[in-house]
Design a protein around this ligand. Structure first.
Ligand SMILES: Nc1ncnc2c1ncn2[C@@H]1O[C@H](COP(=O)(O)OP(=O)(O)OP(=O)(O)O)[C@@H](O)[C@H]1O
Ligand SMILES: Nc1ccn([C@H]2C[C@H](O)[C@@H](COP(=O)(O)O)O2)c(=O)n1
Ligand SMILES: [Mg+2]
Length: 191
């Protein structure tokens, strides 16, 4: 049974940044769905490269069969891990239903870490991120934010109805955000 913490929030809210620090200090393995998809996009011989790039540029969501298989393969490859930070997933209903179908009975969903941050702050962070991403531009970000508002936030609300969401305000210095996140993990792992 894989222990899983989902990490969700608007593009640029700091999911990858915080997950890297959690991985370094709390023994969880960070699996960024976006990073896995970008790696698949670049993989020699991948049949999904163009499809993935189209969705990334368009800020839309890749079919869950592709993303969930990348996530499960990464978990299998790290099966000794205490737990997994699944960053940027589930991002819509297709992700959620596909996850339940493929991973049901294999995972223990501990909670959803929701990084909340005003969209204008998030957009500015992405525009200054300097990682050369094909979707860190005004046009793609507009679509990514729309996808987040229309498709991803409703997923967070579903988990909230089950008391599974731990919200942390990420419009603060990274060190302060991380301090709160550590407390969330401490509380969850004391149960
Ligand atoms: N608390 C913070 N304060 C200021 N800058 C931050 C903070 N957290 C992250 N950043 C910066 O904002 C940018 C986006 O952070 P990050 O890549 O972690 O976001 P993300 O939620 O993973 O974004 P995406 O969904 O686009 O992958 C990075 O340049 C990062 O260094
Ligand atoms: N569950 C997911 C996660 C990501 N993607 C695609 C679409 C996103 O805009 C892009 C970048 O993700 P990020 O690195 O910003 O978390 O990757 C997806 O289709 N499905
Ligand atoms: Mg990220």
């Amino acid at each position: 049974m894989y222990n899983v913490v989902f990490v969700l929030g608007p593009p640029g809210s700091g999911k990858g940044t915080i997950c890297a620090q959690i991985q370094e200090n709390l023994g969880y393995v960070h699996l960024s769905a976006g990073d896995l998809l970008r790696a698949e996009r670049e993989r020699e011989g991948s049949q999904f490269g163009a499809l993935i790039e189209g969705h990334i540029k368009n800020g839309s969501i890749v079919p869950v069969e592709i993303t969930c298989s990348l996530l499960e393969n990464a978990m299998i490859a790290n099966k000794e891990a205490n737990g997994f930070l699944v960053d940027g997933f589930p991002r819509n209903e297709d992700n959620l239903s596909g996850w339940k179908k493929q991973m049901g009975g294999k995972v223990n969903e501990q909670f959803v870490l929701f990084l909340s941050c005003p969209v204008d702050v998030c957009i500015d962070r992405c525009l200054h991120r300097g990682q050369g991403r094909t979707d860190d531009n005004v046009e793609s970000l507009k679509k990514r934010v729309e996808t987040y508002n229309q498709q991803t936030f409703p997923i967070i609300e579903q988990y909230e109805k089950h008391g599974m969401v731990r919200e942390v305000n990420s419009q603060r210095p990274i060190s302060e955000v991380y301090q709160d996140v550590v407390e969330v993990f401490s509380a969850a792992n004391q149960k």
